[in-house]
Design a protein around this ligand. Structure first.
Ligand SMILES: [Zn+2]
Length: 362
């Protein structure tokens, strides 16, 4: 009884905190619902208007149907050149929880940086580049009606005589393009396109990443479903030079996720924990030298699949936020705090030691 009263009080406090940040009103936006492309675009404008000192927007390409691909840059102004963290959501149209996560992520950072010294410190050193919906054409189409809800690809025409539309953007990047886990049938959901980077959306991301690759510390691309943290590479015969570190950082993120609502995430390369693939943006990011590159596959494990009920948006985002923050904190501290690289090893060692001690007493 006391517990439930306390949790109600806690919820009320948290809700109050969401709306009022040091006297600054945040305008109402329902983060527990899925939103149309127009609503998300209006939300992006609202973020820039309401937080002009921290948030700006940048158009970095156009979709096949001529929509402006726009990201939000979130960070505190600095005289020094700042490192970058990339996050894109909605590369696959039907994975609606992904754009919801990008919005939640921005909301959480903006709601906490004034009171959380670690977030504040990180926002001084790095800027976040967050694309809430990359495959805008596909996302709009997935909202059209019940028959289009499960659309995955872009909306560009197929090649040759093929009458089907759309390319799988996450098979279209110049990273072992066409080698494994793809289809050459343009009617397939995993059609990799007439050529690498045939899709303007993939080209836009490629241009941005290539231009800024020396500054980008970490690359996230957010998908659903499966509850996975995927590491490079999708090809079974290629291994990232820092795979061990990627694995450790991924496992720490899965621990952080589990601590929130008890949800299990599996960590590994696609051939190990999902299926082999090629031409993904995650692999491209690692291939051009961005040291940390992860795909998050959010909830669930198939019960609802791409049609995750709205009452799971908040818990899914809360836990994934902690997972992402665990990774971001690690890569930030590795760059900006001397000796930080050894701290993860020390943490892991103490966890292993504790496990060994507890197993020894059974
Ligand atoms: Zn996906």
């Amino acid at each position: 009884m006391l517990g439930s009263v306390l949790s109600v009080l806690l919820i009320l406090t948290l809700q109050g905190h969401d709306r009022v940040v040091e006297g600054q009103m945040q305008r109402a936006y329902d983060y527990t619902k899925y939103h149309t492309m127009d609503e998300i675009l209006a939300w992006m404008k609202m973020m820039v208007t309401d937080h002009p000192d921290v948030v700006s927007s940048l158009v970095y390409g156009s979709t096949y149907e001529n929509r402006s691909i726009t990201l939000l840059k979130v960070g505190l102004k600095s005289a020094e050149p700042k490192k970058m963290i990339w996050m894109d959501c909605g590369i696959h149209a039907r994975e609606w929880i992904a754009p919801a996560f990008c919005q939640h992520f921005v909301k959480e950072i903006l709601g906490s940086y004034k009171t959380d010294p670690k977030i504040s410190e990180m926002l001084k050193n790095v800027d976040f580049y967050i694309t809430p919906v990359l495959n805008m054409d596909g996302y709009v189409y997935s909202w059209k009606d019940n028959t289009t809800r499960l659309w995955r690809k872009t909306r560009s025409p197929g090649s040759g005589n093929c009458t089907c539309l759309g390319t799988d953007l996450n098979r279209n990047f110049y990273a072992n393009w066409g080698m494994v886990g793809i289809s050459r049938d343009c009617c397939s959901d995993i059609y990799n396109g007439p050529s690498a980077l045939s899709e303007p959306e993939a080209q836009a991301v490629t241009d941005f990443l290539s231009t800024n690759r020396d500054m980008i510390l970490c690359f996230f691309t957010i998908h659903s479903y499966g509850q996975l943290i995927l590491l490079p590479y999708g090809h079974p015969n290629i291994t990232a030079p820092n795979q061990e570190e990627l694995m450790q950082v991924g496992l720490a993120a899965a621990e952080a996720i589990k601590a929130v609502h008890g949800t299990d995430y599996t960590v590994g390369t696609p051939p190990k924990v999902l299926y082999p693939n090629s031409g993904s943006s995650r692999d491209f990011a690692r291939l051009i030298g961005i040291p940390f590159s992860f795909t998050f596959e959010l909830r669930d494990k198939g019960e609802h699949g791409f049609e995750l009920p709205q009452d799971q948006i908040q818990p899914t985002c809360e836990e994934a936020y902690q997972g992402a923050m665990s990774i971001i904190t690690y890569v930030h501290d590795k760059s900006y705090l001397r000796g930080a690289a050894t701290s993860l090893a020390a943490t892991l060692w103490s966890v292993l030691l504790a496990m060994w001690l507890s197993s020894a007493t059974v």
